[in-house]
Design a protein around this ligand. Structure first.
Ligand code: DSN
Length: 434
């Protein structure tokens, strides 16, 4: 391979990706688009530097501006969530969770979390499945925890409190991991915290998906409901860089979490991303309320419109959703894999997802029965309920009417013409550029 040719191909592929996304509907619930200022920070010289340790206690020189920015990032996050302590060094949501495992558990301890099939995340997963098959989830494979499952009520798309408390009394976990990757409704934090306290367990809420909604006051505030710690990634509804953070009001736990992060898990903590995170946190402080309200309104509008177009939208009897996510059951339409691919041809980017009842009906993660849709990115581009109804129509054309996806791609591109810039920021600018 000619090195210069490869070099040019990488750069041109990035340009092509930008052009593709600029005329598509990016609807992966775990993604978003960052502001031009966040992207500027991501390409800054901070990304070439080290600043091991805590601000004021670095083991490297040359960090005076980096220290100032990291202090600002911590202050902004504390203000955003009304908490006493924030560590903005975890380089992802997985690492944030791992820092909590490292700080609050020992290998062999029991941790309880939702299984992936019911909305749990791979970072909460066990080493082995119920049939002894290797799974390799972070909690089991990396921290050596014995993962027992939180019980889930499929009908209510939420944690089953009574069954979970029974399991807590039986398994005596050291840590309960709430939150997750499929999350339509606030979870019963208060109820589980009370039960956890009675057995001496700590509660962490993984807010990776809903951190931006919490910041905007549109989702439960787990620490105010009694959770000990909240972890999150900073690039889903929290529209910042790919990074992570941990917050708490518990000083003793925080000291352990800090040590878990350094010298435990991190050498370089991606200082460009810390700067970008500070910018996104400032944007959320200024515009988060308006943004979060628009996200939830759009999710509800999309769910209702999809229902009206003839789709099976999960949790109709509960009003479909209180978050940025909408879940479709596409078992009757050929399954999640086929639907995801057809939509991708129509420039609608969405991911297939397991539904809680999929295993029982013989479906697995490669071809699950669901699609998980997210509206955060479309909202950040300025779309509202009218556009959600247009979007639902595109889904119907591709998945129910069997229209040629290439034709629908042209309609998608037409709709996107009016939505090219990133909103909810101090300096609006083009969405899919350097
Ligand atoms: N796997 C991501 C998601 O899509 O929810 C979270 O890391």
């Amino acid at each position: 391979m000619d090195p210069e040719d490869a070099y040019r191909r990488v750069l041109s592929s990035i340009e092509e990706h930008h052009r593709w996304f600029d005329s598509s509907l990016p609807m992966i619930a775990s993604e978003n688009v960052a502001s031009p200022a966040v992207r500027r920070a991501m390409t800054s010289d901070f990304g070439h530097r080290y600043a091991e340790g805590w601000v004021g206690e670095r083991v490297y020189a040359g960090t005076k501006y980096i220290d100032y920015v990291e202090s600002l990032a911590m202050e902004l996050i504390k203000k955003l969530y009304g908490v006493k302590f924030a560590d903005v060094r975890p380089i992802s949501g997985v690492v944030a969770n791992l820092s909590v495992y490292t700080a609050l558990t020992q290998p062999g301890d029991v941790v309880m979390a939702l299984p992936i099939t019911k909305g749990g995340h791979i970072s909460m997963g066990p080493l082995k499945g119920s049939k002894g098959q290797f799974i390799g989830g972070t909690a089991g494979a990396v921290r050596g925890l014995d993962v027992k499952y939180i019980a889930f009520d499929d009908e209510n798309m939420n944690i089953d409190v009574d069954r979970t408390i029974n399991r807590m009394e039986k398994y005596k976990p050291k840590l309960i991991m709430m939150g997750g990757s499929v999350i339509l409704f606030p979870q019963p934090v208060k109820e589980l915290v009370e039960a956890a306290k009675s057995i001496g367990a700590a509660v962490n809420y993984d807010a990776a998906h809903v951190a931006g909604l919490i910041a905007g006051g549109k989702f439960q505030r787990p620490l105010e409901e009694g959770a000990d710690v909240m972890t999150f990634s900073t690039h889903k509804t929290f529209f910042g860089p790919q990074h992570g953070a941990v917050i708490t009001n518990d000083e003793e736990k925080f000291e352990l979490i800090k040590l878990a992060n350094f010298p435990g898990l991190l050498s370089n903590h991606h200082l460009h991303a810390v700067a970008a995170l500070a910018i996104a946190a400032a944007e959320l402080l200024a515009f988060g309320k308006e943004y979060a309200e628009a996200v939830v309104k759009n999710a509800k509008a999309l769910a209702q419109a999809l229902h009206d177009e003839g789709f099976k939208v999960v949790a109709e009897h509960l009003g479909f959703t209180e978050s940025h996510q909408v879940l479709l059951d596409v078992d009757d339409l050929g399954g999640g894999y086929k639907c995801e691919k057809l939509l991708e041809e129509a420039n609608i980017i969405v991911n297939r997802n397991l539904l809680p009842w999929d295993i029982k009906r013989g479906r697995g993660f490669k071809d699950p029965g669901g699609l998980r849709l997210g509206v955060s990115e479309l909202t950040r581009l300025g779309m509202g309920p009218d556009e959600m109804r247009e979007v639902a129509k595109f889904y119907r054309e591709v998945l129910i009417d069997g229209k040629d996806p290439k034709e629908v791609a042209r309609e998608v591109s037409e709709l996107r013409k009016d939505f090219k810039t990133v909103k909810y920021t101090f300096e609006e600018g083009p969405a899919y550029e350097y």
